[in-house]
Design a protein around this ligand. Structure first.
Ligand code: SAH
Length: 501
């Protein structure tokens, strides 16, 4: 049977693809069906045909799967954010568990027996809604020319007018409505991508889930905002309900502009101008205080982040004697949590502002045993290893006494050159080869790999295990309910290393 675009077929959905799509067969022809849930029988419209497989989307659910639930958000099919919101949460977790497992088997080349021994069940959320502490809403116009804000429809730049995202903080809706009403009353225009005209591009809202402090930052195609005092007035008048976990009321403490006059898809401009309040909000994570500016990276799901860091800390097995490198350290969140339990931590991060924040966060939390280096992990680590490693080898050869910070592995407590633990938390593309190679040369007792993409994780683990490490523990943590994304933490141990250390 030959199929073509727009054909309607009935398909039983038997599997889930990596992007959350349902997979089913019709007369031997495989279809990837958007918005179908495993276990559904659906009528689907074919959207694209290839020789051996095709793509389709659900027209009608004929027999709903027992895993199908009523989605919280009426826009979930059109919005690009949540791919699997119609799937029951326990099934979402099972899907994420399988995703990590399959990548370790197929890409990592690990045996089933090993994976089934070392892998623990993915850590889910108690409440998989309203977990995000940050959202960036585009501002624009609908077809009738009304001012709107919401989300981009999947793979497009059309804005869906939805101020009430089910993943975001509940007060976002009130804040966005205040911004829209200020704009209407003061004839402030929204930016139009096609022409590059108009003023307001995005609204960034960040909430300190612990502290209750809220930041509102308008990204503008200009350097100032007309009648900005009116915006401040409207925002501060919002009757905000609820408190942060600290018990303090939710309150707006920072209102600013981000200047972005470029024709670009990048949301934020680097020039931040404070309109009212403080330039940062503060929040507490794992008992440490962090200052978050509009431009800083900060984990978006603080509740699950604490669980993720808790695991990373457990895997690191710190007793107070250890030397730790934290690569891809961002604003130093993992580094500072580890510093409380280690002798010395060295963080590496490529974004200069994040390094400045990390140093400031160390100071505010009175942590003196964390040092931060700005640069790429694959450059900073090898440069350090080559330079100091050479010095150490020379000293050893000439029989000079080694100072305490430059011991060889096996001696009590590691050194900067031969740390006890290396933690990595790279972006989706994973670690650079040069970085992995240097890690292997440094021979830490343990490597803790925190990853937001289990495919690149599996690829990198293969290299590290071929280089002398053993896979000891794996566990996923769901930071992104409703979506297909999942974080993982992994513990690797050096072969021949004493596990008691
Ligand atoms: N560990 C931090 C940040 C993780 S996100 C936390 O949990 O908050 C990954 C970080 O890696 C980002 O801050 C990003 O800026 C940084 N990064 C990306 N490429 C890098 C590279 N080649 N070397 C060092 N850091 C990099």
């Amino acid at each position: 049977m030959e199929y073509k675009k727009n054909d309607i077929v009935t398909v039983a959905i038997e599997d889930i693809g990596n992007d959350g799509e349902g997979i089913g067969k019709t007369e031997g022809y495989t279809l990837f069906v958007k918005d179908a849930v495993i276990g559904d029988v659906v009528e689907a419209r074919i959207t694209k045909c290839k020789k051996n497989y095709g793509y389709a989307r659900v027209e009608k659910v004929v027999t709903p799967s027992s895993f199908r639930v009523e989605p919280e958000c009426p826009f979930h099919k059109r919005c690009g954010g949540c791919q699997i919101q119609a799937m029951r949460y326990d099934k979402q977790l099972a899907f994420k568990q399988d995703k990590i497992r399959n990548n370790l088997l197929r890409i990592g080349g690990f045996s089933k027996e090993l994976i089934d021994t070392v892998m623990e069940p993915v850590v889910g959320m108690e409440e998989p809604w309203h977990y995000r502490n940050k959202a960036q809403f585009p501002v624009g116009y609908d077809r009738e020319g009304n001012l709107i804000t919401g989300f981009y429809a999947g793979r497009t730049h059309d804005i869906i007018a939805n101020t009430d995202c089910a993943l975001g903080a509940p007060e976002n809706k009130q804040i966005l409505e205040a911004v829209l009403s200020y704009m209407r009353e003061n004839h402030v225009t929204a930016y139009r991508e096609e022409t590059g005209e108009g003023l307001v591009r995005h609204v960034l809202i960040r909430t300190g889930f612990w502290s209750g402090e809220i930041m509102v930052c308008l990204v503008v195609n200009g350097t100032r905002l007309p009648a900005s005092e009116k915006l401040i007035e409207q925002l501060l008048e919002i009757p905000l309900a609820g408190t942060g976990k600290s018990g303090q009321d939710k309150r707006i403490t920072s209102i600013s502009l981000s200047v972005n006059t470029q024709k670009t898809n990048v949301i934020m401009g680097n020039d931040i101008r404070l309109l009212w309040g403080k330039d940062c909000i503060q929040d507490t994570l794992c008992g440490l205080t962090f200052s978050i500016s509009p431009l800083s990276f900060y984990q978006v799901n603080p509740g699950q982040t604490e669980k993720l860091y808790g695991l990373a800390l457990e895997y690191a097995g710190l007793t107070g004697r250890e030397t730790v490198w934290d690569l891809y350290c961002g604003i130093g969140t993992i580094s500072l949590c580890m510093a409380k339990k280690a002798k010395q931590v060295y963080g590496v991060e490529v974004v200069p502002q994040a390094i400045a924040d990390a140093r400031e966060n160390a100071r505010v939390n009175q942590i003196a045993n964390a040092e931060f280096y700005e640069g790429k992990a694959e450059e900073v680590l090898p440069a350090f290893y080559e330079k100091d490693g050479q010095a150490e080898r020379l000293e050893t050869m000439s029989g000079q006494a080694k100072n305490e910070s430059e011991q060889l592995p096996g001696e009590q407590g590691g050194s900067k050159l031969h740390p006890d633990v290396i933690v990595v938390d790279p972006p989706r593309k994973g670690c650079d080869e040069k970085c992995l190679e240097t890690m292997l040369k440094m021979q830490p007792e343990r490597i803790v790999y925190v990853s937001c993409d289990s495919a690149t994780l599996a690829r990198d683990l293969k290299v590290l295990c071929e280089g002398g490490y053993e896979l000891k523990r794996v566990r996923g943590v769901d930071q992104f309910g409703g979506t297909v994304h999942v974080e993982s933490t992994v513990l690797l141990q050096r072969r021949g290393a004493d596990p008691a250390h």
